[in-house]
Design a protein around this ligand. Structure first.
Ligand code: NAP
Length: 349
């Protein structure tokens, strides 16, 4: 089979890899994106369209023998419906859908919409294939980067992940796209199941950054499901690239929100010298108590100031001088981060 393959979401983390791999195999590929074609066109054909509104989708689908559906965002159900309607009008292309391990075990938001989209694909009347994968390394990395802006790095308590290299999932999708419709194929999970704290420590160590990692029990059905491991596929640990290997590689070592040169690569002099990540439990009891007391004091002062401010008419917002002075010092110094760096720093082993 060597017909046209349309990749929706061909500009995303997964989709771009699918496009690249199919091109390497000499396949004829078209990318669907909401954006206009790039100024310097690549080998793939380009279709501009929006799955949410259906605009441009008939033209994008025209002539496709296979559609690899990687696009995602708000409204995946409507998007998939538009895609299927256009695909039916265009003939009967093989529809390969990318889903997530555990969509049937998390009856909330995004997972629910992925499950509904799976059902639409299965009932579409088109030849279909559905692959579910665990979280990509890139997603865990993005989470760590966002949380590492805080003075302490909170992670969901009692939760493990099984991250997988998006390129490996892309290779499987490319294989499925060039084969016959296979229905629901075996799930694909990363090579290791690791605790959230352990992944965060790997991230910090690879970046030579220093933060206490604090497990926090997060509320809500998604995190309850995570604690039960509904998103894991330990029996399908098909991935080979570990999170640590990913972090040391080119896609893991150049995160978008760090300027070049600001992030010491793994094994750089700074990380070898060992200004290393530390668990909350590595701090001495006295240090932990100090940080908690200061944190509670800071929160109490802020709450007192907020209540005081609410009670006073707008032209009298002054409050007790001591509270404002203390609040000012605390807000400008940031007692919790400061106390951690004053009390918490230790030479790394
Ligand atoms: N990330 C994970 O950890 C993970 C794990 C397992 C499975 N998955 C699944 O893998 C698939 C790809 O995920 P990803 O992380 O690679 O996604 P991503 O990087 O966020 O990319 C999303 C893609 O969707 C396209 N898109 C969004 N809205 C669109 C619309 N209305 N019309 C047309 N295109 C639209 C975007 O294209 P433009 O912006 O160019 O329009 C972009 O290429 C998804 O189905 C996701 O559920 C992800």
């Amino acid at each position: 089979m060597n017909g046209l393959i349309l990749v929706t979401g061909g500009t995303g983390t997964l989709g771009r890899e699918v496009v690249r791999l199919l091109e390497v195999q000499g396949r004829t590929v078209r990318v669907l994106s909401r954006r206009p074609p790039p100024a310097e066109p690549g080998p793939a054909d380009w279709a501009t369209g929006d799955l949410k509104t259906g605009r441009g989708i008939d033209a994008a689908v025209a002539g496709a023998d296979v559609i690899v559906h990687c696009a995602t965002g708000l409204g995946d159900v409507g998007a998939t419906r538009h895609l299927i309607e256009s695909a039916r009008r265009a003939g009967s292309p093989h529809l390969v859908y990318m889903s997530i391990v555990g969509v049937d075990r998390f009856p909330v938001g995004y997972y629910r919409s992925k499950l509904q989209a799976e059902r639409l694909v299965e009932d579409s009347g088109l030849p279909w294939t559905v692959l579910r994968a665990t979280q990509f390394h890139q997603l865990i990395l993005r989470g760590c980067e966002a949380l590492a802006h805080l003075p302490v790095l909170p992670v969901p308590a009692g939760t493990a992940f099984q991250p997988i290299e998006a390129g490996e999932v892309a290779a499987r999708l490319a294989e499925l796209a060039t084969g016959p419709a296979a229905g629901r194929v075996p799930d694909m999970g990363g090579p290791e199941v690791r605790g959230a704290a352990s992944l965060a420590l790997s991230y910090l160590a690879a970046r030579g950054r220093n933060r206490p990692v604090v497990p926090v029990r997060l509320p809500g059905a998604v995190f309850a499901g995570y604690r039960l491991g509904g998103h894991l596929a330990p029996d399908h640990a098909a991935g080979r690239v570990t999170f640590d290997e990913f972090l040391a590689g080119p896609s893991g070592s150049a995160p978008a929100d760090h300027g070049p040169g600001r992030v010491p690569p793994s094994g750089s002099p700074r990380s070898r010298r060992g200004v290393m990540a530390k668990r909350w439990s590595d701090l001495s009891p006295g240090t932990r108590k100090t940080i908690i007391v200061l944190g509670v004091a800071e929160a109490a002062l802020k709450a007192a100031a907020a209540i005081d401010m609410k009670r006073r008419p707008a032209d009298q917002i002054r409050g007790p001088k001591w509270a404002w002075a203390a609040g000012l010092v605390i807000n400008s110094a940031g007692v919790v981060p400061l106390s951690y760096f004053v009390f918490g720093r230790r030479p790394a082993p």
